[in-house]
Design a protein around this ligand. Structure first.
Ligand code: PSU
Ligand code: MN
Length: 306
């Protein structure tokens, strides 16, 4: 059994080769993070927004064991509906590749494959982080350890409050990962513009963010930068309203005995099901918003690197 390299879509490969900006996108959000058909509609809309802002989108997934960078619409349709798709974090990659399976990649696995392909900007909704109760359950997403290691910037709407946001920020500090909030100091919590924690850094333009990335990597400092892009205020959901649903979701997960990699998808689905689609709408709005910022950063980074 050998590793059959990567399959990079010709449009993406051409862009990488010629210094044209590229934005990587994950697939767990499609297969395990959002319901059908909104998942596919959103995935396609996000790709279009990346294009509208001057970059080439590269959604990443594992197809029959092949790490694939840049998906066709047919493949996106498949990943949005099929039920044989493994949620693939870093740990799961060699298994799905050697077994020839279909895998939807998390932030961690997407970053790693993006780096293999030579892509340095990645857009998602929310990253995984330190879970509530981590002091006893040790549940810390591999997204964080990956961010310490791999030179791919991550644009997100902050950290979802299903996690312990304070501990997640502490962990990011320990691992040397800069956390930059775009346009404000308050660190956003996915559905809300303000998590109650301040961001360690604030930058106000995509150019300044691209400069920070370039300097970090030119200095030989390995790893990611977490760029937190607050949800547009008109789409935000009040923190205390979300908190009620989160408490119920955590309780339901505990009663159902959900652990490990199934926790995050369980909580996301529970909350979406119990907020009458309001959270789904917010989720869609924020990822589109992130796609625009990520594409601008990729454009500025390509300009300063060419
Ligand atoms: N948070 C969200 N939506 C998501 C995820 C997290 O609001 O879709 C997904 C991402 O793919 C992320 C993964 O990388 O969940 C984290 O999973 P875990 O906690 O098992 O590492
Ligand atoms: Mn976990």
């Amino acid at each position: 059994m050998t590793f059959n390299a990567l399959n990079i879509h010709p449009e993406v490969a051409n862009a990488i080769k010629n210094g044209i900006p590229v934005v990587a996108l994950e697939s767990t959000i499609i297969s395990h993070g959002m319901p059908y058909p909104q998942n596919i509609e959103t995935a396609k809309a996000v790709e279009q927004i990346v294009r509208d802002h001057g970059a080439i989108p590269a959604t990443i997934a594992v197809i029959k064991g092949v790490c694939t960078v840049g998906l066709t619409n047919e493949v996106l349709d498949y990943f949005g509906q099929a039920n044989n798709i493994v949620k693939v974090s870093l740990r799961d990659l060699p298994y799905v590749v050697s077994q020839g399976l279909y895998g939807a990649t998390t932030v961690a696995a997407t970053m790693r494959i993006a780096a293999m392909a030579g892509i340095s900007v990645f857009v998602t909704g929310g990253i995984g982080g330190v879970h509530r109760g981590a002091a006893t359950n040790m549940d810390i997403s591999a997204d964080l350890t990956e961010m310490a290691e791999t030179n791919v910037a991550v644009v997100s709407a902050g950290v979802k409050s299903i996690l312990d946001i304070g501990l997640t920020l502490e962990y990011l500090e320990t691992m040397g990962i800069p956390v930059v909030t775009y346009g404000q100091l308050a660190f956003p919590s996915f559905y809300s513009t303000n998590s109650g924690f301040n961001s360690p850094m604030q930058l106000n333009s995509s150019k300044e963010i691209a400069d920070l990335l370039k300097v970090k990597w030119d200095m030989g400092l390995r790893g990611s930068v977490l760029i937190a892009n607050p949800i547009p205020a008109e789409q935000a959901i009040a923190t205390d309203e979300m908190e009620e649903h989160i408490i119920l979701a955590l309780d339901a997960a505990k009663r159902a005995g959900v652990i490990g990699k199934d926790i995050t998808p369980f909580l996301l689905k529970y909350i979406a099901d119990h907020t009458k689609g309001e959270s789904l709408e917010a989720n869609i709005a924020l990822i589109k918003h992130n796609a625009a910022l990520g594409a601008k950063i990729a454009v500025d980074l390509a300009t300063s690197s060419n």
